[in-house]
Design a protein around this ligand. Structure first.
Ligand code: ZN
Length: 274
């Protein structure tokens, strides 16, 4: 596949995958999700790659799913005429492909700046480590569209449950300093140092024995699974799917369609309100 929505670079044992739709703050469309999936798969099977960095071009890491689908530019998500189709699409794209990052053997570092919302919040948290710039903002505003959070409900696993509820009930975000305080990110650095700091972390880990690193990742993630991680996010996926078809969601969806609202508008609204 020729990449159109991401950049892929491999150097000195480090693969750098960069979401590259900066004009929409790297909002993910189906194509981008497929390309990230393929890039991760290539990196996983390439013996030269020891560590992967996931980054976003421009001012933001990722503002979520691309909701500017009026008219539909990106297919199946909203075109699916029924619960079955939408469930299937989201299961494949928004759940399974996100979990690939979590499950792969090699360590992945998210390099985050600006907005990291919704699906961006998910993919950053599917990474093993997060290096964030001081201007980073983490949240999941999809409640404003009537849905019960995004598809992969990692929020109470990466934040204290009360803080998870705060961001989910309000649709508001937390800034980098609070994310660091809660242990959701590993490091907060000035924006101009973001790339060199995440690169330095990747280079350090790339020197470690790769099989041992893979086993450590597996053991930490297995521990979380034994604590219920997979069962809980799996159960939430269906809850999320249900929330797409409530009267309140359909009403909001119709209102937004009339106003031709995009994620940018949601961000603008949120900035005005909070
Ligand atoms: Zn959904």
């Amino acid at each position: 596949m020729d990449f159109e929505t991401i950049l892929f670079k491999k150097e000195d044992g480090i693969a750098r995958v960069t979401m590259n739709r900066p004009h929409v703050r790297n909002a993910q469309n189906g194509r981008m999700i497929e390309e990230m999936d393929e890039a991760f798969r290539n990196a996983e099977h390439d013996p030269e790659v020891k560590v992967i960095i996931l980054a976003g071009a421009g001012t933001s890491f990722c503002s979520g799913h691309d909701l500017k689908l009026y008219p539909v530019e990106d297919g199946a998500l909203y075109r699916a005429p029924n619960v079955e189709g939408k469930w299937e699409y989201e299961r494949e794209y928004f759940f399974k492909k996100m979990l690939r990052t979590w499950r792969m053997k090699k360590p992945v570092i998210a390099q985050v700046q600006g907005y990291c919302l919704g699906a961006g919040f998910v993919i950053a948290n599917m990474c093993d480590l997060i290096v964030a710039s001081e201007d980073s903002k983490f949240g999941d505003p999809v409640v404003r569209m009537g849905a019960a959070a995004v598809e992969v409900f990692c929020h109470p696993w990466v934040l204290p449950p009360r803080i998870a509820k705060e961001i989910l009930f309000t649709g508001n975000y937390i800034e980098a300093g609070r994310a660091l305080q809660y242990g959701m990110v590993n490091k907060v650095v000035p924006l101009e140092k973001l790339e060199t700091e995440s690169q330095a972390m990747a280079e350090h880990i790339a020197k470690m024995p790769p099989f041992a690193i893979g086993m450590i990742k597996q053991s930490v993630n297995r521990t979380l699974d034994i604590m219920g991680f997979y069962n809980s996010i799996n159960a939430h996926f269906d809850t999320h799917a249900l929330s797409h078809w409530t009267d309140e969601t359909l009403h909001l969806f119709e209102e937004n369609r009339k106003k031709n609202k995009s994620i940018k508008d949601f961000i603008k609204d949120r900035d005005q309100k909070y």
